[in-house]
Design a protein around this ligand. Sequence first.
Ligand SMILES: Cc1ncc(C[n+]2csc(CCOP(=O)(O)OP(=O)(O)O)c2C)c(N)n1
Ligand SMILES: [Mg+2]
Length: 1001
Amino acid sequence: MAKNISVPDIGDFKDVEIIEVLVKPGDKIKKNDPIVTLESDKSSVEVPSPFEGKISELKVKIGDKVSEGSILATLEGDEAREEKKPVVEKEIKPQEIQKEEKSNGQITKRKKIYAQAISKDDIDPVETQEWLDSLKGVIENDGPFRAGYLIKKIIDEAYSEGLALPDTRTTPYINTIPASADIKSPGDQNIERKIRAYIRWNAAAMVVRANKKNPELGGHIGTFASAATLYDVGMNHFWRAKTNKFGGDLIYFQGHSAPGMYARAFLEGRITERQLDRFRQEVEPGGLSSYPHPWLMPKFWQFPTVSMGLGPMMAIYQARFTKYLINRGLLKDEGRKIWCHLGDGETDEPESLGAISLAAREKLDNLIFVVNCNLQRLDGPVRGNGKIIQELEGRFRGAGWNVIKVIWGSYWDQLLAKDKVGLLVKRMTECVDGEYQAFKAKSGKYVRDNFFGKYPELKELVSNMTDADIWRLNRGGHDPHKVYSAYNAAVKNKGKPTVIIAKTIKGYGMGESGESINTTHQQKKLDEKDLLYYRDRFNVPLTDKQVKNIEYYKPSDSSKEIKYLKSCRTKLGGNIPERTTFAKLIKTPPLDIFENFMKSTGSKEMSTTMVLVRMLANLLRDKNAAPRLVPIIPDEARTFGMEGFFQKIGIYAHEGQKYEPEDSEQLSSYREDKSGQVLQEGITEAGAMSSWIAAGTAYTNHDIEMIPIYLFYSMFGFQRIGDLAWAAADSQTRGFLIGATSGKTTLAGEGLQHQDGHSHLLASAIPNCVSYDPTFAYEMAVIFRDGLKRMHEKKENIYYYITAMNENYSHPAKPAGSDKGILKGMYLFKEFKGKGKAKVQMLGAGTILREIIKGAEILSKDYGIDCKVWSVTSFNELKKDGMEVERKNLLNPSEKSKKSYVETCLHGEEGTIIAASDYIRSYSDQIRPFVKKPFYSLGTDGFGRSDTREKLRKFFEVDKKHIVVYTLSALANEQLLESKQAEKAIKKYNVDQNKLFPTKL
Ligand SMILES: Cc1ncc(C[n+]2csc(CCOP(=O)(O)OP(=O)(O)O)c2C)c(N)n1
Ligand SMILES: [Mg+2]
């Protein structure tokens, strides 16, 4: 039976043009195969077939206008089978969630609860004890889940009775895992302690030696000293490297703990003594970078982290992107983990905690944060009057994370066990961080007097301990067993991300020179006495003389320690950190995918944003590129006309779509899907940028080349997330950033905050960022295809910033032979012959190229001036080339000078140069030194404001009239034309000579 394929509900649009017909009579099609592409004034969208079958007749052609219900084609015969709408996916059943929670390794091991905070309001301690005994009875007889269930019922009942319950954001100031549930480290502690001591020593020695050589070199000792155990336990027992069978865990190291990673790599034999001696001396090859910088050490570091806050945020999106790849079927689920180490001070950065809700919402159980709470940041305590650990616990619990506090070391276990009434826990909870810091800066006696001494019962509790015993009471983050136990619980946790909040001591082991004192962070010099103390504190087998020479310590390869260290890493697959890539290239899509864009659009108008979106839609038909495209949008798909992607490739949602969208009958209905391709990020440019970085580095982190394309309002790009753009460059991210609605006058009605006149200058500061401001469809297509080739086929470590506009206009055909110029930054677009009264070279970029063209028409017709119009696709690329050529010439003074590309273009050309763009003048001014001719630039300096495009261009003096006036005036200035011509033009075009310069308005 024949069936008609008609236009479905396309929202408010009517009479929409067909711009492509994608089938012909006789074609056999499957359900959802695209039939035609429709284009409204804002977006283009493909219409899929609702049936499978053979096309018997086409009812439409390119250029036809259609509305909802218009028939597009008929399908013939029995094959035209109707299929029902897919059932909405329901991925997770509540019972399964419950099952997962029950299997949480950490909780099931719990047997007893030792400590409860005492309540000062306890009017009936006997009754209290009865309740507690009941609870213990249930735990012992029916297990922890039953106990948890009863408590929950009691709490629910209390709320329904209207009781005001105590705040439950935080738990008492004790370890989350009670001693009875701790899993002891299987490692040989004797050897591990020695290894840790050598790493500590070498990490400190490399900083001190560098500073002895030159105090300019800097470095940090105190941070790694506090975190050594947190790293060692991971390295010895948990962190699995990439092998040919396993993808490897990904570790974000706290930036300024880098010396510790180098010191371990030295013992492993991956870094030489000579390299250690070249810490922070990177100009000659072979030095070690101050912090983790993949750009500088591309075979070692994987993630740049030292700009505080970026590491945690990038780690969250890395974990999310890993799940995205798995859910899209591009990556095997091997249970890999993403670990992120950060400082407690670092958590003040909005980026550090800004995405933690997303991590919980997306159930990122592949993510583990380790917050090193040494209670100090740079100048002093993080929260002198408060408790950073409790604060963080509240925030992470509130966000839905699994929180594991590792506050106290094993030496405290016995004291806590004796604390039957909870007085010790009360004291632990009431002490503030300023006090805790002071305790560890002073002595055992001070702790006895000021911590235990507050309550006679507590003083009594430690009466049989010496001051040295009290001093030995360690913090959880320095206890390898406690850390092991926490890591073990974290890796087994299901359904949630985990944060391990570990309490440590800044400058641990540094004694008077820097243990727990406010100046620890800056400590990079240790004198002889301090060094001897440090050696003795950790039993490093060096003689006094060796200590005085600050020698490194490395036992022989046949020593127990080195063998142990290496065998741990061998068992875990190899080296960490290490950066490798085995990703296969993506073959550049064939030219015919871009063919349409090389032709004139005739009278049809469209914006370059639409061009780009259409190009992406075409790319989705290329079998190599299609699955690798990662469109990333921060809540702006409709602004950019990308809503058609929702149906076509789906929005990634790890739980699928649990609801029927309100617009389900429409063609571009909101479709969330577990294997969706679009990353719809919500309103977070920083998050979207982090996703873009994760996708653009998948070639190394997951050995799969991806093509991330992130579209944003250009004003909320580099200006908003500039530091992430820098980290992306350091990470060697490959992909496209699209600054949409760019330029100061194309986004007319939005005003000062939205109108961008400088993003290209910000992009120009990033050495490996290639940026373009194209005007026409064919320029965009040539640039985009070249970007695909350079980044994803040739694997160049660059990324692209391309601006796109939302101004509709018609596009000419590509001038023959312009490809090279488009890519190099400029080419001759058109010549306007006048009467030879004067000559002018007119350089226009982006949307203002069109004003330049109109200006040239007037100048040639009305004033007889010969104009050559050059389209400048990138002042940034021209500037880079100019600088390089100029430098080469200066370095080779006796050789014949080479010409920069700008000079080559303009060399044989006569005349003054007028350059104009929709950006501030500094953008076009960049090429001034290389043109070697009179040069005048026009631009949009000053604050944007909302008005019509025409008025804005007049205001910033970049419209055709101002271009004519300023060109005539410039020619007069160069004595090439009489000045009265310019005077007349000023009057004719009503140019206000008394208007203030726009930067003052
Ligand atoms: C964005 C940013 N701002 C400032 C710094 C300078 N800085 C380096 S370390 C540090 C203190 C870090 O304190 P914390 O996070 O507690 O780490 P700790 O050294 O105590 O482990 C600061 C402010 C930086 N690296 N990045
Ligand atoms: Mg700190």
